[in-house]
Design a protein around this ligand. Structure first.
Ligand SMILES: C[S@@+](CC[C@H](N)C(=O)[O-])C[C@H]1O[C@@H](n2cnc3c(N)ncnc32)[C@H](O)[C@@H]1O
Ligand code: SF4
Length: 408
């Protein structure tokens, strides 16, 4: 995003915070083992040439930065950087340092830039935390997933509870900010057990938690187990109870439910993820990474090749592994903004929807969804959001809204 773009966004939000400054996502596609529920672009491979990966990422990043063509701003501004995976904590700290050196040479970083890395809590990875902090990481997101050894085994995780607790403590010493993930609604999990586990999680946490309800994804081992009736998961009604209890317990503990699965104390929200949910601009590099960049006054969706091998081969040939690059129509942008923004408790900024996508929601549809108790309008009528009841049918609401947008 160029300087002008940033001004527009600040006018729209009337907000001087860094939430909507452009972000950068870097994908590391490898893991020690594949978890049976996971459909992320992650692959098991023990040996990997990290120098080659650094060169390829820098080359792809240069390509995207040049495409955006910030002529009046030689070093475009970034507000957040996110190393996601896969398991980026498997990277050597020197690899992370080399990538950040390149980013600093090519972009301006805001003074309080947020630099997050996703980490698994094995002792090998935790031993790298200090060096990762030294390389510039200032926020870590740890995949704890469960606080019961047996459940960690069922989730196919490579760590146990004690290892996770040690990693959480070390993360809190090594990084300015830290968060961890838990998955709930697990095989055989009772609500009362989850309440206790969540309270323990909150006691251990440091201002941010990501709490994901288990979803069954196509193409995973869990999908096969589920189809064979071998997973005992909560019914739809029970899932709603799990979700509501999670939200109530977190809010009572001072962790604001700012997004469907994310809870934070004041000022601890993930700024990088807010860029996605508020439909800001971000570059995505690495196998399978997605981006939403600005080009010639338009928003462009980019997607890199998913297979690490094919991605690397194309980078060597063309200097980047981008597979598709689509200029988005305003109607497509409006659909995306609703899909992402309605995940936020605050909802979608209607002025932003108009300014960026030239669309407003038909008043009749707003009334219909509000009367049905599925959506709410903010007091100032500037944000439209999904109610607690509506969250469980979010996708249907987005589909209805998508068919009820007027050009302005
Ligand atoms: C890319 S993964 C995290 C990175 C790291 N490799 C890990 O597993 O801890 C991001 C998070 O998504 C969540 N997740 C992945 N698959 C999920 C599923 N099927 N249902 C619910 N949460 C899931 C997990 O909590 C995980 O920590
Ligand atoms: S470690 Fe994380 S990214 Fe890798 S397979 Fe497991 S859940 Fe997926």
């Amino acid at each position: 995003m160029n300087k002008n773009g940033k001004q527009v966004i600040n006018q729209v939000y009337n907000d001087a915070s860094n939430d909507l400054l452009p972000g950068l996502y870097m994908h590391w596609p490898y893991c020690v083992s594949k978890c049976p529920y996971c459909d992320f672009n992650s692959h098991v491979r023990q040996v990997f040439d990290e120098r080659q990966y650094v060169e390829a990422i820098c080359s792809e990043l240069e390509y995207l930065a040049t495409l955006q063509g910030d002529r009046d701003c030689s070093k475009p501004l970034l507000g957040s950087i996110f190393f996601g995976g896969g398991t980026p904590s498997l990277m050597q700290p020197e690899t992370v340092g080399a990538l950040l050196d390149y980013v600093r040479s090519r972009f301006s970083l805001v003074p309080d830039v947020e630099i997050t890395l996703e980490a698994n809590p094995s002792s090998v990875e935790a031993a790298r935390f200090q060096a990762l902090g030294g390389a510039g990481i200032n926020r870590v997101s740890l995949g704890v997933q469960a606080l019961h050894d047996k459940d960690l085994q069922v989730l196919g995780r490579a760590h146990g509870v004690n290892e996770a607790l040690a990693a959480v403590a070390l993360a809190q010493q090594s990084f300015a900010r830290s968060s961890f993930d838990l998955i709930y609604g697990r095989h055989g999990q009772q609500l009362a057990q989850w309440r206790d586990e969540l309270k323990r999680g909150i006691d251990l946490s440091n201002g941010h938690l990501s709490l994901y309800q288990l979803t069954i994804e196509e193409g995973t081992q869990y999908k096969n187990l589920f189809d064979r009736g071998e997973l005992n998961l909560p019914s739809n009604d029970r899932s709603v109870r799990f979700f509501e209890e999670t939200r109530n317990i977190c809010e009572a503990a001072g962790l604001d439910a700012y997004e469907i699965s994310n809870y934070a104390a004041a000022g601890e929200q993930s700024r990088h993820n807010l860029v996605y949910w508020r439909y800001g601009t971000y570059m995505g590099v690495g196998p399978g990474a997605h981006g939403r960049i600005e080009r010639g006054g338009h928003k462009v969706a980019t997607a890199a090749i998913r297979s690490p091998k094919r991605w690397m081969a194309q980078v060597k040939e063309l200097g980047h592994g981008i597979e598709t690059m689509d200029k988005l129509l305003q109607s497509e942008m409006a659909d995306e903004m609703l899909l992402m923004g309605l995940r936020l408790t605050k909802g979608v900024d209607l002025a932003h929807l108009q300014a960026l996508c030239g669309r407003s929601i038909k008043p009749q549809k707003i009334n219909e969804l509000v009367s049905a108790g599925l959506c709410e309008m903010s007091e100032k009528e500037d944000f439209f959001r999904v109610s607690d009841r509506g969250i469980c049918v979010l996708n249907q609401i987005v589909a209805q809204l998508s068919g009820a947008l007027d050009p302005v």
